[in-house]
Design a protein around this ligand. Structure first.
Ligand SMILES: Cc1cc2nc3c(=O)[nH]c(=O)nc-3n(C[C@H](O)[C@H](O)[C@H](O)COP(=O)(O)OP(=O)(O)OC[C@H]3O[C@@H](n4cnc5c(N)ncnc54)[C@H](O)[C@@H]3O)c2cc1C
Ligand code: FES
Length: 281
């Protein structure tokens, strides 16, 4: 392997500064590169991801959820689904992981300036857009109306209630929450997120819609947004596939002519419309 490739694939040591339990299956790791020069140089955009390496177990892609303006803070919110995520969940402050990144193309935040913004997440898929919400919140005057919409299967799956309460207090902001099923204590909508669309505040000609979550949900939302007159190039989707190299070499994350690691993970609908319509591709 050439020296250049070797560096591309080489995880760098990082320390866990803090571990926050967000819910029974979700936790946040706050990381810092052990090498201070690497830490100083580290810059990222909202929507980019790192490869997080659990020594002796494996390496996985995880979005960066902290605000890009505080690039010295590297937060990853992780859901336990299998081998690596379970192993990472067992770590504590002071433990070390390998880290390489940031990778991928993030959300179109500069393009979205002055426009209304609709952020729609489904299931536990909200992590990749937390950095977008933080970004807009810290630069509130540069954007139009901010709509934050989250749908969960069951009200018990809802996490980060405090954050949603804080976002609700932002100026010119609408927060809409829906659960397919809920306990009697769930104060928000019971049903699908799309039921809430009449409550969105936006100009279809001047809006950027950013979403992540299950592809079935993103398909339905996209159909609704197109029907409302939103341009396909203003609808943005965050796609997920298993990854290995994260730099466009191995083909593991291929999505038609695109590599999700390099050309995505965020795509505008126009770029992927042909494949996105094919369920299970
Ligand atoms: C660009 C990108 C950003 C991501 N950001 C986050 C994040 O911020 N937080 C987070 O918790 N997860 C995120 N993921 C998903 C995360 O990478 C996977 O959950 C992880 O690779 C699972 O590894 P594991 O060894 O724990 O599970 P495995 O043992 O490999 O798999 C357990 C189960 O999860 C499924 N699975 C594995 N990887 C994925 C995947 N990428 N998408 C859907 N199902 C998968 C497997 O098919 C299997 O059913 C992201 C994925 C991508 C591609
Ligand atoms: S993960 Fe190797 S090409 Fe994308």
């Amino acid at each position: 392997m050439s020296a250049e490739l070797n560096t591309l694939y080489m995880p760098q040591d990082a320390e866990i500064l803090e571990r926050i339990q967000e819910s029974p299956t979700l936790f946040t790791l706050r990381l810092r590169f052990t090498d201070p020069n690497l830490q100083d140089q580290f810059q990222f955009e909202a929507g980019q991801f790192n490869m997080v390496y659990l020594y002796g177990v494996g390496e996985i892609p995880i979005s960066i959820v902290s605000d890009p303006k505080d690039s010295h803070i590297i937060d990853h919110t992780i859901r336990i689904v299998g081998r690596v995520t379970q192993g990472l969940a067992n770590l504590k402050a002071g433990d070390h992981v390998g880290l390489r990144g940031p990778y991928g193309r993030g959300w179109p935040l500069q393009q979205a300036e002055q426009d209304d913004v609709i952020i729609i997440t489904g299931g536990l898929g909200c992590a990749p857009v937390v950095s977008v919400i933080n970004y807009v919140a810290h630069r509130r005057e540069r954007f139009g109306h901010l709509n934050i919409v989250q749908g969960v299967k069951h009200s018990d799956d809802f996490i980060w209630r405090e954050r949603y309460d804080q976002w609700r207090e932002l100026p010119d902001t609408t927060v809409l929450l829906a659960a397919d099923e809920g306990t009697p204590l769930w104060p928000w909508h019971i049903g699908l997120v799309t039921d809430l669309f009449d409550n969105l505040v936006y100009d279809p000609q001047r809006v950027n819609v950013m979403m992540c979550g299950p592809e079935g949900m993103m398909r339905v939302v996209t159909k609704n947004m197109l029907a409302a007159g939103v341009e396909p190039c203003n609808i943005w989707l965050s796609m997920e596939r298993n990854m290995q190299c994260a730099v466009g070499h191995c083909g593991h994350c291929q999505y038609g002519k695109h590599f999700i690691c390099k050309d995505g993970p965020v795509f505008c609908y126009e770029q992927v419309a042909d494949l996105f319509g094919i369920k299970g591709f």
